[in-house]
Write a protein that binds this ligand. Structure first.
Ligand SMILES: NC(=O)c1ccc[n+]([C@@H]2O[C@H](COP(=O)([O-])OP(=O)(O)OC[C@H]3O[C@@H](n4cnc5c(N)ncnc54)[C@H](OP(=O)(O)O)[C@@H]3O)[C@@H](O)[C@H]2O)c1
Length: 306
C-alpha cells in the first residue's frame, strides 16, 4: 500500500507514456507527487520509468501496462490501481490513437470509440471512490472542447456503415464533451471535471498515422506552428494543485468554453451515458466500473440516467 507524502498528491495518467500525458506525469513527479501511468507499450513504460529514476522519483512512479481500448483491461488496471492507492487526487485522461482504418477492440467495439471515449467514461466511474477520498479531487480530460466539428452518431456509433479517421476522432471529441456534461448532471464522484483542448501540440501521436510525405510536412509544420508539450500542459500541471470551484469547466487553449454550446446538449449527454452503460453490459458484463442503480451517476439516481 502506498505511503503518501504529506504534501504530495496521487495522480493517475492514462496515456502517460508519451506526448502530453508523459509531460504531465514527469512534471508532477518533479513536484513530489506519486504518479501512476497507464500505457499499452512496454518499451514506452520502461522509458518513462527510466526518466522517473533520473528525477530521483522511481519509487513514486508506477507503470501499469494496459490496452485501454479493452474494457477487461481497463477493469484490471483499475483493480491494480485501487489495490495500492486508496486515494487518487487527480485523474488525467490522455490515451488516444489515430487509426487509419476501422479496427475493433478485443470486445468488438470500434477501437477509437473504445479508447478515446469509453475508457475515459470507465476510468472516471471506476476510480470514483478513490477520487472521493481525496481533499480536492479533479479529473482532467484532454480532448477538444470548443470545437463544433463532428457529432455523436447514435445511429452508427461503432462506425460500421462509415469509418473515417477524422470522423472517428471528431465523434469522440464530441462524446467527451457529453461525458463532461453528464458528469455535471449526474456526477459519480465529488471530483471537479475539466475538459481541456490543448491546441495543436508537437507530439508523435498527431503524425504517426500519416503516410509520407504528409508525415514529413506535418512534422515540419509542427515545429513551426505547434505548441510545445511543456507549453500545452502548463495550465493543467498547475490546475491539479488548485482545481476549479465549478463542477465542470471546459477550456480551449486558455479560453473558457461556453457550456451552453450545442456540443454539451444535456439530452444527448444522458443518451450517450445510457448507451455507454448498455454497451459495457452487452460487450463485457456487469462491472464495478459502472455505478450501481441508485448510486450517483447510476440508473435511477436523481438526475441520472433513466
Ligand atoms: N497533439 C495535439 O495536437 C492534440 C490536439 C488536441 C487534442 N489532443 C488530445 O490530447 C490527448 C493527448 O494527445 P498527445 O498528442 O499527447 O498523444 P500521444 O503523444 O499520441 O500519446 C498518446 C498516449 O496514449 C497511449 N495509448 C495509445 N493507445 C493506447 C491504448 N490502447 N491503451 C493505453 N494507452 C494507449 C500511448 O502510449 P502507448 O502507445 O504505449 O500505448 C501514449 O502514451 C489526446 O486525447 C488527443 O486527442 C491532442
Amino acid at each position: 500500500m502506498e505511503q503518501r507524502h504529506p504534501d504530495g498528491r496521487t495522480v493517475v495518467v492514462s496515456g502517460g507514456t508519451d506526448g502530453m500525458g508523459r509531460g504531465i506525469a514527469l512534471a508532477r513527479l518533479g513536484r513530489g507527487d506519486t504518479v501512476v501511468v497507464i500505457g499499452s507499450g512496454e518499451a514506452r513504460g520502461a522509458a518513462l520509468m527510466a526518466d522517473a529514476a533520473l528525477l530521483g522519483a522511481a519509487r513514486r512512479c508506477r507503470f501499469v501496462q494496459a490496452d485501454l481500448s479493452s474494457i477487461a483491461a481497463v477493469e484490471r488496471a483499475v483493480e491494480a490501481i485501487t489495490r495500492e492507492h486508496p486515494v487518487v487526487d487527480a485523474l488525467v485522461l490522455c490515451a488516444n490513437r489515430l487509426n487509419r482504418t476501422r479496427r475493433e477492440s478485443p470486445e468488438g467495439l470500434e477501437s477509437t470509440f473504445s479508447l478515446y471515449y469509453l475508457s475515459r467514461y470507465l476510468l472516471g466511474h471506476g476510480l470514483r471512490f478513490q477520487l472521493d477520498s481525496a481533499d480536492n479531487p479533479v479529473i482532467v480530460n484532454f480532448a477538444a472542447p470548443g470545437l463544433k466539428v463532428g457529432s455523436v452518431k447514435f445511429d452508427d456509433l461503432q462506425a460500421e456503415r462509415r469509418y473515417g479517421i477524422l470522423r472517428a476522432q471528431a465523434q469522440c471529441g464530441r462524446a467527451n464533451d457529453l461525458l463532461g456534461r453528464n458528469f455535471l448532471q449526474s456526477p459519480s464522484s465529488r471530483a471537479r471535471y475539466v475538459l481541456y483542448h490543448p491546441g495543436f501540440t508537437a507530439t508523435r501521436g498527431g503524425v504517426a498515422h500519416l503516410r509520407q510525405p504528409a508525415r514529413g510536412i506535418i512534422t515540419v509544420l509542427g515545429r513551426v506552428a505547434a505548441r510545445s508539450v511543456d507549453q500545452a500542459i502548463a495550465p493543467m500541471v498547475e490546475l491539479i494543485d488548485r482545481p476549479p470551484a465549478d463542477r465542470l469547466t471546459a477550456i480551449d487553449r486558455g479560453r473558457q468554453v461556453d457550456l451552453s454550446l450545442r456540443t454539451f446538449d444535456p439530452d444527448n449527454a444522458r443518451r450517450l451515458a445510457e448507451v455507454s452503460r448498455s454497451l459495457v453490459l452487452t460487450h463485457h458484463g456487469p462491472t464495478q466500473l459502472l455505478p450501481e442503480p441508485g448510486e450517483p451517476g447510476g440508473p435511477g439516481s436523481a438526475g441520472g440516467v433513466h
